[in-house]
Design a protein around this ligand. Structure first.
Ligand code: TTP
Ligand code: MG
Length: 350
């Protein structure tokens, strides 16, 4: 029997929470993630998107495109609170949920033996009625297609991709829509005239391996509707991290620090909400030439306060010489434990 997988994803999540909490913002271009000119947008409302603003765009650029926009500092605790409410509603439908981020998850509802469109509609209505926000839902028989479907007619979308729609339904899509195809591979493929999924579909499997390396075969099968990945319900987190690929490379150090500093707040918030502590911080960055570098530091004590994370990150950050413009920067806290004094306790227990 085919599985029934839903991919659910809130619309303009941080921005819509802000609008919900302050109805004066309704129908206005709202940008979350920067009250100073440094830093990047976390997200923005669909009204702001009509001006060309989007996630990961430098704030100064967003301000140039949308000077009348309303710029709001993120309130992570509030997004987490709403996210918890959303997940509570989802768990009423099934336990088979794989959370992907604060506003996104896969659900396996095969065992419900119900019409999936009806289930998805009920979920959408529950979230709208009980919380007041819109969610987009994609339905299909595997993860890859469910995720594509949730993006199909956002915001407030509902889309099903059936076996009989495949593969033709994917043919007009740009290849960047395919999970696993990054900017670099897409650029190379454009050079040989491959722009849409249909162009890609017609290439022999060997070429997939050349272009996508070890992911080649996965991508070959995905666009043919085969993706056997299951919905993984409980995954022990080994790290918490956050990274952004910028729409424009950033050379200014102060700007990069501002972004890292935002990540510190967010990661501290996530760790605290899970009562977790970390010991290692890693900064990863990619230069404009796609060279990836990582720098880590491990300390003797566990931490989860934003100030502690910032202090250690600052040390790592200062030791890096950014000689080239940066296209991606990320921060990860790892070596996690749920006890702050884990080592001391062990020591006394011996
Ligand atoms: P997304 O689901 O990618 O974006 P979104 O919900 O704002 O908009 P939509 O799904 O309708 O396209 O991310 C969820 C939240 O995660 C988003 O509201 C803010 C945060 N986020 C960042 O902080 N930085 C980022 O680069 C991205 C993509 C998201
Ligand atoms: Mg979303």
């Amino acid at each position: 029997m085919d599985r029934i997988i839903l991919h659910v994803d809130m619309d303009a999540f941080f921005a819509e929470v802000e609008v919900m909490d302050n109805p004066a913002l309704k129908n206005k271009p709202v940008i979350v993630g920067g009250t100073s000119s440094r830093g990047v947008a976390a997200t923005c409302s669909y009204e702001a998107r009509t001006f060309g603003v989007h996630s990961a765009m430098p704030i100064f650029k967003a301000r140039a495109l949308c000077p009348k926009g309303i710029y709001i500092r993120p309130r992570h605790w509030r997004y987490k609170e709403i996210s918890d409410e959303i997940f509570k509603i989802l768990y009423r439908y099934t336990e088979l949920i794989e959370p992907l981020s604060i506003d996104e998850a896969y659900l396996d509802i095969s065992h419900l033996h119900e019409n999936p469109i009806e289930v998805a509609t009920r979920i959408k209505n529950d979230i709208k009625d009980e919380i007041g926000l819109n969610i987009s839902i994609g339905i299909s028989y595997n993860k890859f297609l469910a995720k594509l479907a949730s993006d199909w007619n956002k915001p407030n979308g509902l889309k099903i991709i059936r076996k009989e729609d495949m593969p033709e339904i994917l043919f007009p899509l740009k290849i960047r829509k395919v999970y696993g195809i990054g900017a670099k591979s897409a650029e190379k493929l454009f050079k040989i005239g491959v722009q849409t999924v249909e162009d890609l579909y017609n290439l022999p499997i060997e070429l997939y391996k050349n272009y996508f390396g070890k992911w080649g075969e996965d991508i070959y099968w995905r666009i043919r509707g085969r993706d056997e990945r299951t919905v993984i319900t409980k995954r022990e987190r080994k790290s918490y991290g956050k990274e952004t690929t910028f729409t424009e490379d950033i050379s200014e150090k102060a700007e990069l620090w501002e972004i890292i500093s935002q990540y510190c707040d967010e990661i501290a918030f996530m760790l605290k909400s899970k009562r977790l502590y970390g010991k290692t911080i890693t900064i990863k960055y990619k230069t404009r030439n796609f060279e990836t570098h990582t720098r880590s530091k491990t300390i003797d004590v566990y931490f989860n306060e934003s100030d502690e994370i910032k202090e250690i990150s600052r040390e790592i950050f200062n030791s890096i010489e950014f000689n080239e413009a940066i296209r991606l920067i990320g921060l990860t806290v790892s070596n996690l434990s749920n006890k702050k004094n884990y080592e001391q306790l062990n020591f006394f227990n011996i």
